[in-house]
Ligand binder design. Structure first.
Ligand SMILES: NC(=O)c1ccc[n+]([C@@H]2O[C@H](COP(=O)([O-])OP(=O)(O)OC[C@H]3O[C@@H](n4cnc5c(N)ncnc54)[C@H](O)[C@@H]3O)[C@@H](O)[C@H]2O)c1
Length: 382
């Protein structure tokens, strides 16, 4: 068993999700690699208590990421910090020769992303990926498989989205995710968009142009100190793109939606692919259900629902008849990262987001901002 010694920079929501996945690594079967968390770094030392309590393997607690990067025991880093810090911290991590799973959007804007990718070119031996867990839901994996087998025929249309209702409540106090300085001009696109793009980009369905409609719904929020603060970021985004199906060299509409104010939605991630020979849909609201419509000319057109249960890319102790959820997707994503780190890029049948895919994401979101501002269709230059 190869042990990869990890440091975590950013011990908030996502830092804890990774630590929790590492703690239940025994859930996975037949792997010859496992993570061990040996160091954590956060500016807020109050967060260390939970890590101290649950992870005796952690020997270093620090508020300075450079101190952690100087630790020879740390081989790889998971970095989950606000977007304005991605460029500086990711570059420092890579320059220190540590492997990296970074968080999206992988740079606050296109310029920051370009700087990160430049640093990667200077350190080609370092393995770097960006996080995106939803494609590891079993039904999403079946859609990927179907696409790779060419089962859809000619693609008619694809839509993918991630919708939340987390900001429906206008009385919810503001935090860094609603401030341009920390979160960036992309707003909800930067927060949620990579999740919608991972599968389309991996399948080669690259957007060529975009018409974006961005909405700012709640313009002010309590500042948590008795006053009010401007809420500057985009709440909801609808992106209508022309994408090309490389199999048939044919264009189709690709619709991507990222919403923070979507009534009733709690982390609703979905993808729908409609084709001339087959259509498939998955929505995390029904976490085990894959909907499929196979079509032969003149034949019936009937949607079929199949409950896949826990049929995962990486085998686990959970039987296939049970349900799969968010923390399972995180665990599967981490398995993909560790397997690729240990055995080389593409050792996992479906891997985490590649740095070049984050660059395509930035090209799209930069074009989307322009499209909304100019009320026009913008060609995506990459
Ligand atoms: N993959 C997902 O599903 C998912 C979900 C939520 C957030 N994210 C991403 O994760 C990242 C972090 O988001 P979060 O929700 O965990 O935020 P969070 O606010 O809960 O945690 C961020 C942490 O970073 C710490 N921090 C700030 N500056 C630091 C520095 N210089 N050095 C060390 N630590 C520092 C903060 O103190 C905080 O604890 C973002 O990039 C976000 O887009 C991903």
């Amino acid at each position: 068993m190869r042990t990869i010694k990890f440091g975590i920079i950013g011990c908030g929501l996502m830092g804890r999700e990774f630590a929790s996945a590492a703690a239940r690594w025994g859930h996975l079967l037949d792997l010859d690699v496992k993570p061990e968390i040996v160091a954590v770094c956060d500016k807020n030392a109050e967060l260390f208590g939970w890590y101290r309590e649950h992870f005796p393997s952690i020997k270093q607690f620090t508020g300075e990421h450079k101190e952690m990067l100087a630790n020879p025991d740390v081989e790889a880093v998971y970095c989950a910090v606000p977007h304005n810090l991605h460029a500086d911290l990711y570059r420092d991590i890579v320059a220190a020769g540590k492997h990296l799973l970074g968080e999206k959007p992988f740079g606050i804007d296109r310029e920051a992303n370009a700087k990160i990718l430049e640093a990667l070119q200077a350190h080609p031996r370092v393995f770097v990926r960006c996080s995106s867990e939803f494609p590891f839901f079993p039904a999403a994996q079946r859609i990927v498989k179907a696409a790779r087998e060419g089962r859809f025929g000619t693609i008619l249309e694809v839509s993918a989205g991630l919708h939340h209702s987390s900001d429906m409540d206008p009385h919810k106090p503001i935090n860094w995710k609603r401030m341009v300085k920390f979160n960036g001009a992309y707003g909800c696109m930067g927060d949620l968009g990579m999740h919608t793009l991972h599968i389309p980009l991996r399948l080669g369905w690259k957007p060529k142009n975009v018409r974006a409609i961005l909405s700012k719904i709640v313009k002010e929020r309590p500042d948590g100190k008795g006053g009010r603060a401007p809420c500057e970021t985009w709440d909801n985004a609808t992106l209508l793109c022309t994408a090309t199906d490389p199999r048939h060299n044919a264009d189709f509409p690709l619709t991507l939606t990222t919403k923070r104010i979507s009534p009733g939605d709690t982390n609703t991630w979905f993808i729908s692919v409609k084709g001339t020979a087959c259509s498939m849909e998955f929505n995390s609201r029904y976490p085990k259900t894959l909907r499929t419509l196979d079509y032969v000319p003149g034949g019936e057109q009937a949607w079929r629902e199949e409950d896949l249960g826990y049929q995962t890319a990486f085998k686990s102790i959970t039987g296939h008849i049970f349900e799969f959820g968010f923390s399972d997707a995180i665990l599967q994503m981490w398995a993909a990262f560790c397997v690729e780190l240990a055995h080389g890029p593409d050792a996992a049948a479906f891997g985490c987001v590649k740095p070049e895919e984050t660059a395509l994401q930035h090209a799209l979101f930069t074009a989307a901002l322009k499209s909304h501002k100019e009320n026009s269709v913008v060609t995506i230059d990459d």
